[in-house]
Design a protein around this ligand. Structure first.
Ligand code: ZN
Length: 330
C-alpha cells in the first residue's frame, strides 16, 4: 500500500511538471508567431520585392543563382518555357537549350520577372550535300586556286530505293539538327529544301559567316562495286594548301570523333578517316570541318537501311555523340 501511494504521488508530480512544460511551450509559440506576423507586416510596408542577382544570358548546360530582396522563404520561382531553362525553388536557373525565357519570382503579394537569353553550348553548321539540280559551271577548289571544279555535282542515288542522295542528306541533316538542339546546341542549316542553288564554295562561306564552331558536311557514298559498304569521314591533310595546319588537325580530330560514334550507333562498317585535299566545300572552310559519307547507296542493303526512319534517328544520334565527344575532349 505504501508503495502504491508513493507511485501515485510520483506520477502526479510528473503530470504536473509536463503540464507546466506544455503551457510554457504554448505561450512561447504564441509570442513567437505574434513577433513573426508583426515583422511581416512591417516588411510588407517597407520592402518591395526586387531582384538582387540576375543575368541576361546563360549558356545551355550552365547554372545561375537568382536572388531577391528580403525573405526568400516564401518565394515561388518559375520560368515561361521549360523547354529552354528550368528553375529550382531555391532560384537556381539551369539552361537547357538556345532560346528566350522569362524568370518569375512570386511572393504572397508580388510577382517580378526577368528576361534571360539562353545561348547554345556551341554552334554547328550542317550542310546537306547536293541539291535538286546540279550546277556544272565551275569555281576555284580553294582560296587563290587556279584549279576549278563543278559548283555542285549531282550526287548518288539509291540502287534499291531510287531515292536521290540530296534527299537522304537533307532527311538526316534535319534529324541531326533536332538532335543537336535537344542537346543544347545552336544549329545553322546551309539548306532546308532541295530546290536551291548553292555552290560548294558558297556553302563553306555561309558556314564561316554563320559564326558556327564546326562544319558538318553530310553525304552518302557510291561505288561501281555493289559490295562496297560502310561509312567514312573525309578530312583535309596537314599539307592542305588552303587550310592552316591547326585547322587541319582539328578537322581530323572532329572526323575521328564523329565517324567513331556514328559507326558505334549504327553498327555500320567503319572505313575510317580518309584524306581529301580536293574538296571545294572543305578547302574554303575557316572552321573545323568534316564530310561524312554515311553509307553506300550503291549497296542494296545499306541503301534500304538508310531509308528507315528508325535507322536515320540512330545515324543522327551517332553523329551528335561524336560532336559531344569532340567538344568534350577540347
Ligand atoms: Zn555526295
Amino acid at each position: 500500500m505504501k508503495d502504491l501511494k508513493r507511485e501515485i504521488t510520483l506520477m502526479a508530480g510528473i503530470i504536473i511538471m509536463a503540464a507546466i512544460a506544455v503551457t510554457a511551450l504554448g505561450i512561447n509559440k504564441i509570442s513567437n508567431s505574434l513577433n513573426v506576423s508583426n515583422a511581416a507586416e512591417t516588411e510588407k510596408k517597407e520592402e518591395k520585392l526586387e531582384f538582387l542577382q540576375t543575368t541576361g544570358s546563360l549558356k545551355a548546360g550552365d547554372k545561375f543563382q537568382f536572388g531577391v530582396t528580403g525573405d526568400t522563404e516564401g518565394i515561388t520561382w518559375s520560368v515561361s518555357d521549360k523547354k529552354y531553362a528550368v528553375i529550382s525553388q531555391k532560384g537556381i536557373l539551369y539552361g537547357k537549350r538556345a532560346g528566350k525565357v522569362t524568370v518569375y519570382a512570386k511572393s504572397a503579394s508580388n510577382v517580378i520577372s526577368y528576361s534571360v537569353d539562353v545561348e547554345g553550348k556551341k554552334k554547328i553548321a550542317i550542310d546537306a550535300g547536293h541539291q535538286l539540280h546540279s550546277d556544272s559551271s565551275t569555281e576555284p577548289v580553294g582560296p587563290g586556286s587556279s584549279t576549278k571544279k563543278a559548283k555542285v555535282t549531282g550526287g548518288a542515288s539509291g540502287v534499291a530505293t531510287g531515292v536521290p542522295e540530296y534527299q537522304l542528306n537533307l532527311d538526316v541533316a534535319k534529324k541531326l539538327r533536332k538532335e543537336l538542339i535537344d542537346r543544347g546546341y545552336e544549329v545553322y542549316m546551309i539548306r532546308t529544301k532541295n530546290n536551291v542553288s548553292i555552290s560548294n564554295k558558297k556553302r563553306a562561306l555561309k558556314a564561316n559567316k554563320s559564326g558556327s564552331d564546326i562544319y558538318i558536311r553530310i553525304h552518302a557514298d557510291s561505288s561501281a562495286s555493289s559490295s562496297a559498304k560502310g561509312a567514312s569521314a573525309l578530312y583535309p591533310s596537314t599539307s592542305n594548301k588552303y587550310l592552316s595546319k591547326k585547322l587541319s588537325k582539328k578537322s581530323l580530330k572532329l572526323s575521328k570523333a564523329v565517324i567513331g560514334s556514328y559507326c558505334d550507333a549504327t553498327g555500320l562498317n567503319n572505313r575510317g578517316c580518309i584524306v581529301r585535299d580536293d574538296l571545294t566545300g572543305t578547302n574554303w572552310s575557316k572552321i573545323p570541318v568534316t564530310l561524312i559519307e554515311m553509307g553506300f547507296m550503291s549497296n542494296s542493303a545499306e541503301d534500304k537501311k538508310m531509308q528507315k526512319k528508325s535507322f536515320q534517328n540512330k545515324m543522327a544520334a551517332g553523329m551528335a555523340d561524336g560532336i559531344d565527344k569532340y567538344f568534350g575532349d577540347e
